[in-house]
Design a protein around this ligand. Structure first.
Ligand SMILES: C[S@@+](CC[C@H](N)C(=O)[O-])C[C@H]1O[C@@H](n2cnc3c(N)ncnc32)[C@H](O)[C@@H]1O
Length: 258
C-alpha cells in the first residue's frame, strides 16, 4: 500500500509540528537503507518510522530494528510489522529514549523530524553508535559539510571532527507527502576511531567558541576561559574560519588551561 493509502485508511492527519512529511518514494528508501550496509548481526535504530517507508526495507535486512516513534496514532499503520520477530517499535519521544540500552556499534537510519535536528544529532553523537545515515533538511545538511571559511556553525566543526561525514544524495520536495517547503539531503556519518577527547566536553567547548559567531575567537574565548593560555593562536580569526585541526588544538590548550 502507498503512504497516502495508509493515511486515508486509518484516518491519520499528519502534523506539521512533528515534522510529519512522509517519504513516498520507495526507491529512495531502498537506497538509504542500502547505504547503511546492514547485516543481520547489526542493531539499527530508526527514529520516527512514520508510516514505515524506510522500515519496510530495514526489517528485510534481518538486523534487529528498534524503531522509536512519538506519535501513537501511527500504531495501527505500523502494526503490519508485528509479523516480523526482528523489530521492536517503541512509542516514545526519542529525546527521552535511553540510547544506552542499545549495544555498542549500533547503526542509525532515519528520516528525522527537521525541527529537532540539533538535539537528535547531539543524542546520536553522544551515544555508542558506529554509523548513521540520516535524511535532514538540505540547507542544514549542506552547512554541516562546509569547509572552514564558509558560513559554517559549531555543529559543522563537531560533526567533521568526530565523524567522517559525507553527502549521499539530495532528495527533492516532490518525494514526500505532504510536500514540504524545503528540499532534503541524505548524509552518512561514520564515527572515527582517532578522536581522543570526551565528545560532550568538545561539543560544549566548540559551541561556546561560536557563542557570537560574528565576533573574534578572542571575544568568544574570554567569556569562559583565561585568554592568556591561547597566545600561540591567531585570536583575531572568527570561529568559522578555523580548520578542524586548529579547533582540536584550541581544545587541547583549553583543557590544559584550567
Ligand atoms: C520526516 S517524518 C519521517 C517518517 C518516515 N520515516 C518516512 O521517512 O516517511 C519524521 C517522523 O518522526 C516522528 N517524530 C517527530 N518527533 C519525534 C520524536 N521526538 N521522537 C520520535 N519520533 C518523532 C514523526 O511523528 C514522524 O513519523
Amino acid at each position: 500500500m502507498k503512504v497516502s493509502d495508509f493515511l486515508k485508511e486509518y484516518n491519520v492527519k499528519l502534523l506539521k509540528g512533528l515534522g510529519q512529511n512522509f517519504l513516498t518514494n520507495t526507491h529512495i528508501a531502498k537506497k538509504i537503507v542500502e547505504r547503511a550496509d546492514i547485516n543481520e548481526n547489526d542493531v539499527v535504530l530508526e527514529i520516527g518510522p512514520g508510516a514505515g517507508t524506510l522500515t519496510e526495507f530495514l526489517v528485510l535486512t534481518g538486523a534487529k530494528i528498534i524503531a522509536v516513534e512519538i506519535d501513537k496514532r501511527l500504531k495501527p499503520i505500523l502494526e503490519r510489522f508485528n509479523k516480523y520477530d526482528n523489530i521492536e517499535i517503541i512509542f516514545v519521544d526519542f529525546l527521552k529514549f535511553d540510547v544506552s540500552v542499545l549495544p555498542k556499534g549500533f547503526k542509525v537510519v532515519a528520516n528525522i523530524p527537521y525541527s529537532i535536528t540539533g538535539m537528535i544529532l547531539k543524542k546520536i553523537l553522544f551515544s555508542d553508535f558506529s554509523k548513521a545515515v540520516l535524511m535532514v533538511q538540505k540547507e542544514v545538511g549542506d552547512r554541516l559539510l562546509l569547509p572552514p571559511g564558509a558560513d559554517r556553525n559549531f555543529l559543522s566543526v563537531v560533526v567533521q571532527s568526530y565523524t567522517m561525514v559525507r553527502k549521499v544524495f539530495d532528495v527533492s520536495k516532490g518525494n514526500f507527502v505532504p510536500r514540504p517547503k524545503v528540499d532534503s539531503v541524505v548524509l552518512e556519518f561514520e564515527k572515527t576511531e582517532d578522536f581522543k577527547y570526551d565528545i560532550k566536553e568538545f561539543w560544549d567547548f566548540v559551541s561556546k567558541c561560536f557563542g557570537a559567531k560574528r565576533k573574534t575567537l578572542q571575544n568568544n574565548l574570554k567569556r569562559f576561559t583565561r585568554i592568556e593560555c591561547f597566545s600561540k593562536f591567531d585570536l583575531k580569526k572568527r570561529p568559522q574560519e578555523l580548520e578542524n585541526e586548529e579547533f582540536l588544538e584550541l581544545f587541547e590548550t583549553f583543557k590544559g588551561c584550567k
